[in-house]
Design a protein around this ligand. Structure first.
Ligand SMILES: Nc1ncnc2c1ncn2[C@@H]1O[C@H](COP(=O)(O)OP(=O)(O)OP(=O)(O)O)[C@@H](O)[C@H]1O
Ligand SMILES: [Mg+2]
Length: 313
């Protein structure tokens, strides 16, 4: 495993009888990445997560997570990997604070350090006013928030969230995403499974699209967008309606450029690589103007739809 590769699966496969839920999965996730797992219901996201955690034994293939094999060293994996399951279970008759205390103790924490960490986390996830009520009286969204705190309490190196924002109100969703961002800033590697593509796009450095147990596309959203929607090409947008002939002809000479189109008040240069720096140089040289170029961006939602158009799961 290379230095900062923290999760790696090799031909990871899980079969339930004749049905294969995950097929030859090869995942490579590096430290500090926020990796999104997406795909239709039943595509294999949760099964993959369970194998990463050592909760479910692979039929074949292997997993390496934080340097451990979860099939052989599940306890060590759980020490450094925080996991929030799809359906979180807490002790209903204990309060949020007591539940967190319980998790903290299981992870070898105690005393005033644990108490202050719990107080801080309760505040962070927005449960301060309800922290001393039994969790049995919590709404679904409040339990999700407590689930996030439960993952964070042991300050994991890797955090895996299975649909952490399902059932949370918009403000709560934003707060959860901010927490995920804050974790990533501290070099925590995050895996997050979700159907909320717009939200996922805001935090993920990369995503993997699952379909019927396989990852059919993976990487940063801009790369996936180019592959799915632009045949791998780059569109670079110049905020200029009409280019002078000389500028136009110089641009067309840049290696890789294959079309220049005027659309509304901009010009779109299409190329088979990112020529934005070269474009900027050419425009500056001829016109003396430093023009801001923008490489076209994509909506994860649109990319996803492209992969699944016309399919029933
Ligand atoms: N214990 C099990 N026994 C048999 N089949 C199972 C079992 N667990 C999961 N499966 C099947 O494996 C497939 C993948 O399920 P999984 O829970 O991984 O999907 P998912 O991508 O997480 O879906 P969702 O978006 O609905 O959470 C499904 O077809 C599911 O029915
Ligand atoms: Mg699932």
């Amino acid at each position: 495993m290379s230095d900062n590769l923290v999760i790696e699966t090799r031909d990871l496969t899980k079969a339930y009888g004749k049905f294969t839920a995950v097929k030859n999965l090869n995942l490579r996730i590096t430290e500090g990445e926020v990796f999104g797992l997406l795909g239709p219901n039943g595509a294999g996201k949760t099964t993959t997560i369970l194998m990463l955690m050592g909760f479910c034994e692979p039929t074949s293939g292997s997993v390496r997570i934080a340097g451990y094999d979860p099939a052989r060293e599940p306890v060590k994996v759980k020490r450094v990997v925080g996991y929030m399951p799809e359906r979180i279970g807490f002790y209903d008759d204990l309060t949020a604070r007591e539940n967190l205390e319980y998790t903290g103790r299981l992870n070898g924490l105690g005393g005033s350090l644990l108490k202050s960490r719990i107080a801080e986390l309760i505040e962070t996830v927005g449960l301060k006013d309800r922290a001393d009520q039994p969790v049995g009286k919590y709404s679904h969204g409040m339990k999700q928030r407590l689930g996030i705190a439960d993952v964070m309490i042991k300050q994991p190196r890797i955090a895996i969230f299975d649909e952490p924002t399902s059932g949370i109100d918009p403000e709560g969703t934003d707060q959860v995403l901010n927490l995920v961002r804050a974790m990533a800033m501290q070099k925590v590697t995050v895996i997050i499974s979700s159907h909320q593509l717009h939200q996922l796009q805001k935090v993920c450095t990369g995503v993997g699209i699952f379909s019927r147990g396989q990852i059919i596309a993976s990487g940063p959203v801009d790369k996936l967008g180019r592959e799915a929607l632009r045949k791998g090409n780059y569109n670079i947008i110049l905020p200029i309606a009409q280019l002078a002939d000389r500028v136009r002809s110089e641009i067309s000479r840049i290696p890789g450029v294959f079309s220049i189109d005027s659309i509304a008040d901009s010009t779109i240069v299409s190329a088979d690589e990112d020529v934005s720096a070269e474009l900027e140089r050419v425009v500056l040289e001829i016109t003396g103007l430093k023009v801001q170029m923008k490489v076209e961006e994509f909506e994860l939602e649109e990319i996803y739809m492209k992969y699944f158009e016309g399919s029933s799961i």
